[in-house]
Design a protein around this ligand. Structure first.
Ligand code: SF4
Length: 405
């Protein structure tokens, strides 16, 4: 059944405006002026001056990846390891964009050095790329990592350094043993750059679209916050990736809960599936220090409905036009029988972190991003298989009663 309603935007999700950065804090000036040479792993610490580190010699990696790689101590709540080695390019002058939900955004220069900023809830230590490659190259076939991913940022050197990091990796590690994803930043990219990542061994190319509509895109990462991104450029590069990488090998990241309706985001998910791609979902979390840190995290009922519906569209062949929505654009029915829906909910996979696949099965993401969009006390994306107790909680959040056998 097709829904018939006018999608409404949640006008309350308004970012703050960025403030002016003092001249002596701009472009990583303190780090460059002091020019302290880096020594091994740098753990983010806002109380000491960050050393002068830059890609391609240095990259940042998620805490989860650093623990799994064995270069940092610590444990993760209910997870032994992460299956994705997420790498992030790094420079003293940092990302030159100003996305409102992101802890790495340019306006934060005023507050802390780039290598000390938080990104998607967790710290990202900086590590020499050669150390990472040497550890993983010892036994790629038995590595805990099912995938490696290079995240680009907005920086004039982003493309060349992505190529260089990619080459350092593939010189020693067979990309068939550990496939590679690129999380791109289209603003500075050309079609030839997309092709080059493929030629250098990348398997999947995704675009961090993040916003579900052009209006929200503009407001959160375009001219609304003095940031250089354009919706049309992101789509242009995604279409290049579609041509170059082919079906199931491209997609978009989308943050749920920045003011779009459930119908709007699921319509986008359907559009991506119709093009042959995938969507990777994040639950909006008010990142400390970002321009949206005063706003509420996505309500769990909204997030669960979108997770469930997105899973059905992406992996079960259900179409958004088989679902129905209320006049606020919220999912009312999922387009399949109650019994089928109950099976999907109980399987729990729909509520795991979504992303590029690992080695278990197509609908289980290697990129599990432990606690990247919620605290462990109120999990949004499960970085592990939800238990029966977790599924009962999910059903309460969905307001779908537990099935009586
Ligand atoms: S381009 Fe990416 S890293 Fe840079 S501010 Fe935007 S979301 Fe953050």
């Amino acid at each position: 059944m097709m829904s018939c309603f006018e999608p409404k935007s949640n006008v309350e999700m308004e970012p703050r405006l960025p403030e002016k950065t003092p001249v002596d804090r701009r472009n990583g000036k303190p780090v460059k002026a002091n020019d302290i040479p880096p020594q091994g792993v740098y753990l983010p610490n806002n109380n000491i001056l960050a050393p002068h580190m830059r890609s391609p010699e240095y990259v940042q990696m998620s805490n989860a990846a650093a623990i799994t790689l064995g270069i940092m101590g610590g444990r993760m709540h209910r997870c032994d390891c992460t299956r994705c080695l997420n790498l992030l390019l790094t420079y003293p002058e940092g990302c030159r964009a100003n996305c409102a939900y992101c802890g790495l955004a340019r306006h934060r220069e005023a507050d802390r050095d780039y290598a000390d900023r938080n990104f998607i809830r967790v710290d990202w230590p900086a590590v020499p790329m050669t150390d990472i490659v040497d550890i993983v190259a010892q036994d790629p076939g038995n590595s805990p990592f099912h995938r490696m991913c290079i995240s680009m940022i907005t920086h004039p050197r982003s493309e060349d350094d992505t190529f260089s990091v990619l080459k350092q990796w593939t010189d020693k590690i067979d990309p068939d043993a550990i496939p590679i994803s690129i999380l791109s930043n289209p603003t500075t990219m050309r079609r030839e750059d997309v092709q080059k990542t493929k030629d250098l061994g990348a398997d999947i190319f995704t675009v961090a679209l993040d916003a579900a509509t052009p209006e929200i895109f503009d407001k959160t990462r375009g001219k609304g916050v003095q940031s250089p991104h354009k919706w049309s450029k992101y789509w242009e590069i995604m279409m290049d990736a579609r041509d170059i990488f082919g079906p199931q090998k491209f997609g978009a990241h989308i943050i749920v809960g920045m003011g779009e309706t459930e119908y709007e985001v699921l319509n986008l998910v359907q559009e991506l599936v119709d093009l042959g791609g995938h969507s990777h979902m994040f639950c909006f979390f008010p990142e400390e220090g970002s321009l949206m840190d005063h706003l509420p995290a996505t309500p769990r009922d909204q997030w669960r409905r979108v997770q469930l519906a997105r899973y059905l569209i992406d992996y079960r062949g259900v179409r958004v036009d088989q679902m129905s929505f209320d006049d606020l654009g919220r999912v009312k029915s999922y387009g399949i029988s109650d019994a089928e829906l109950a099976d999907v909910i109980d399987a729990g996979i729909a509520f795991r972190t979504s992303g590029c696949p690992g080695k278990f099965q197509d609908d289980i993401s290697a990129c599990d991003r432990p606690y990247g969009d919620s605290p462990p006390s109120d999990i949004a994306s499960y970085p592990f298989q939800p238990s029966r107790k977790d599924v009962r909680k999910i059903r309460r959040q969905l307001d779908i009663p537990v099935r009586v056998e």
